[in-house]
Design a protein. Structure first.
Length: 225
């Protein structure tokens, strides 16, 4: 039986990132330095190299997102799954917090009254409470469409991460969100096409958080190996 190596968490992550960089290089893909931590983290999370092509960044989006999270700007997610994936120790280290309002009874009531999804209502509710937050949407296209409308109405979040996954209104909502962000001058990170997910939203948040905390290497996060 072949001996298994790389059993410590830090070593596993470090080796995984080296493998990803090697495969990207073999494919002739050179990542822009500012986007590299985000793209690498997403590929590490998904094992899907398509994200080297479909992740798009408005100019300065990573820098703005890192600066915002570095000063404790809150993160709002569209699912509790994405919320669970965001690094709480790093958030605490930076003085920030993450929230998801999908399960809030008031949000459910607003969704029923307004004839919309809870995701859309949750985004609107979150925008009332934390208008300058980092919004991370990994599941619900309706949340992206609601954000696009709110941007047209004057909402100016620190950053919008738009990476919902699926087949219905997914591609269209990402395009609408991107266009609204460009018009409003709001930084955005978007995974164009059908791919995405709550895990991708959390991975992007973590890449920005780790960069802000100087903790891209797992040793800086207290991991062994």
């Amino acid at each position: 039986m072949e001996q298994i190596r790389h059993t410590l968490p830090g070593d596993i992550e470090r080796t995984s990132m080296a493998i990803i960089r090697g495969e990207l290089s073999a494919r002739g893909i050179a990542l822009p330095p500012e986007a590299a931590p985000v793209v690498l983290r997403v590929i590490h999370t998904t094992a899907d190299f398509d994200y080297a092509d479909n992740l798009a960044f408005t100019p300065g989006a990573v820098e703005v997102g890192v600066a915002a999270l570095g000063r404790g700007t809150p993160i709002l997610t569209d699912t509790n799954m994405a919320l669970a994936g965001v690094s709480k120790p790093t958030l605490e280290r930076l003085g920030g917090a993450a929230h998801c309002f999908m399960a809030d009874p008031l949000v459910a009531q607003r969704a029923r009254t307004g004839g919309t999804t809870r995701a859309a209502a949750a985004v609107a509710y979150g925008a009332e409470r934390f208008p300058g937050a980092v919004f991370a949407v990994g599941n619900a296209p309706t949340a992206l469409l609601a954000l696009a409308d709110l941007l047209e109405g004057g909402l100016r979040p620190a950053l919008v991460i738009g990476v919902p996954v699926g087949f219905v209104n997914v591609v269209e909502s990402k395009r609408a969100l991107w266009a609204a962000c460009e018009r409003a001058g709001v930084p955005a990170i978007v995974a164009f096409g059908r791919k995405g997910g709550s895990n991708v939203a959390a991975a992007i948040c973590n890449a920005l958080l780790y960069t802000a905390a100087g903790a891209l290497d797992p040793a800086a996060r207290g991991w062994r190996g």
